[in-house]
Design a protein around this ligand. Structure first.
Ligand code: 3PG
Length: 304
């Protein structure tokens, strides 16, 4: 059976090799398309029974072009790029690979925070993370890795997640809070919420204005969760606030013009772009597609 790996942003070469070996060893056939266009996707998907993607947009049109497609695995955590309703209508199982790239994302949080706190390494005196407080918004796989690393920096930790019992957070040495307002009273807030109708544009002016002097908002989640107008207004009124994001906001140029080194955006989403995360998520995705095609294994199905 043909398994198509279609990624706009390529996996590391060692990950591609491992995916290829895994698929070959299962007796299936790999087709790899890296950096392809939408037309390439529509063509390549024609004979595919399994599909592995990253943040690549997979909608009803792609599924219409893929009459044999049975399973899509998003090699990564967020699956807001896949039209789940359309997949269900087409009888296609959609899975993600939870946890496989979470350490990479968590490490980038601190890479960006230290850079911001040391003024982009411009030689001017900066600040430290030790004894500062960090609010973790969503205590899933990434949030827990962020907590683990933050402890090494000597930070005080709080987290907000209505799906995680307080005792779980307390067991990790993290103080649970129950409202976004409480969370935004921390020196740093790191976002790990998915982009859903409920969370879209949910972080804006009011919450930013709750941050203490020198507050830094870190977004390695999705740009859609930010109310950009509200954030901009807060940054205008409070010259002490800063924003770092692993993805450019829609109004990136305006943010950069207005706030210069108080904002930082990666040019492309880089959180999961490490050799290790590519390897883990890519191989897990290959194994999950193979297992589904073989005997319907669907542990991480997200369109039930
Ligand atoms: C995820 O949801 O897993 C991350 O945002 C990584 O996305 P990427 O695979 O497109 O880098």
């Amino acid at each position: 059976m043909k398994i198509l790996v279609f990624t706009e942003k390529p996996f590391a070469p060692a990950a591609v090799k491992a995916i290829e070996n895994t698929i070959n060893a299962s007796g299936n056939e790999l087709e790899l398309v890296e950096g392809g266009t939408r037309a390439d996707l529509l063509e390549a998907v024609k004979n595919a029974e399994g599909l592995i993607v990253r943040s690549d947009k997979i909608d009803g049109e792609v599924m219409d072009a893929a009459p044999k497609l049975k399973v899509i695995v998003r090699a990564g955590a967020g699956f807001d790029n896949i039209d789940l309703e359309a997949a269900t209508k087409h009888g296609i199982c959609v899975m993600n690979t939870p946890g496989q790239n979470s350490n990479a994302v968590a490490e980038l949080v601190f890479g960006m925070v230290v850079m911001m706190c040391r003024n982009m390494y411009n030689g001017k005196s900066g600040t430290e993370l030790k004894d500062k407080s960090l609010g973790i918004y969503a205590f899933g796989q990434v949030g827990r890795n962020v907590a683990r690393i933050a402890k090494g920096f000597g930070m005080k930790l709080e987290a907000l997640d209505k799906f995680v019992p307080d005792a779980v957070m307390e067991g990790e040495g993290v103080k649970p809070v129950h409202t976004p307002e409480e969370l935004f009273a921390n020196n740093f807030v790191s976002l790990h919420i998915p982009a859903t109708p409920e969370t879209k544009k949910s972080i804006g002016y009011d919450l930013m204005m709750k941050m203490p002097q020198g507050g830094v908002l870190i977004n390695t989640a999705r740009k859609e969760v930010i109310d950009e107008e509200g954030l901009m207004k807060a940054l205008e009124e409070r010259p002490d606030l800063r924003y770092v994001s692993d993805i450019k906001p829609d109004a990136a140029e305006e943010f950069e013009q207005k706030f210069a080194s108080r904002v930082f955006f990666t040019p492309k989403k880089m959180g999961a772009q490490t050799a290790e995360a590519n390897f883990n998520a890519g191989v897990a995705a290959a194994e999950q597609v193979i297992a589904y095609l073989k005997d319907g294994w669907n542990k991480y199905q997200v369109n039930k």
